[in-house]
Design a protein. Sequence first.
Length: 237
Amino acid sequence: MNRVILLLCFSVGLARAHDVITTPITYTREIYRIFQARCFSCHRPNGAAFTLMTYSDARPWAEAIKEEVLARTMPPWGAVKGFGNFRNDQALTPEQLEVIESWADGGVPEGEPTDLPAKAEPTETWPSETLRTAITVSGDFKLARGMTIDGFVPVSVPEKASFQVTAELPDGSVEPLVWFQYYKPQFAHPFLLRAPLALPAGTMIRGVPEEAKIGFALLRNEPASVPHSAHTAARQK
C-alpha cells in the first residue's frame, strides 16, 4: 500500500515537472516584456513584492498572477480603467491580459534565453511628472472660477476606498474624472490626464468623500485662479 502511494506521488511530481505545453507564449519572449514594463518597479529583488525577474522566480506564481491581473488588482493602478483617460495608466491592456492568461493556462513555458530583451535596471518610482496642485477637494465643491486641470493627486485616500469623482458642468453634462477602486495608499501615484480638461466656473465636483482629499493639478502654465484648499465647509449645492 505504501509503495502504491509512493508511486502515485512520484507520478504527480513528474506531471508537475513536465507540464503539457499548449501555448506559443513564453516567459522569455512575451511575459518578461510585460513584467518589465508594468511589474518590475515592485516585483524585483529588495522591492515591495516578490521578484518576477527570472523564470524560476515567476513560475510558481503563474496561476496567482493570472488571477490577480484578470481581477484588475495588479498592477496596482487603484482606479477603474476607462473611467477617465490617463497618460500614465499602468493597467494592463486586454491584449496583455490574454497573453498572461494563455501562458498560465498553457503550461507556463520558459522559452529561449536568447529571446530575452536587454535588461534595464528597474526603478521603484512610478512614472510621473511634476504637478502643481491648485485645489484640494474634500466633499462636494463648486468652482468659483474656471480652471484647466492636468490630473489628480490622491492627497489622502482611505485604505481600500472606492468612489467615483465627477465634474457636473453648468450646462448639465457630466464629465467622469476618476473612479478609485480598492485604493492602496502604499502605491500612491498621480493620475495624469491624457488631454487637459477645462472646467468652467460653476462646475460641481462631486463624489469625493469627506474623509478623503483629492488634489486637482493645473497645467504648468495655468495661473492659479482658485483658493488652494477647498473643503466641505465651502461646498455649495
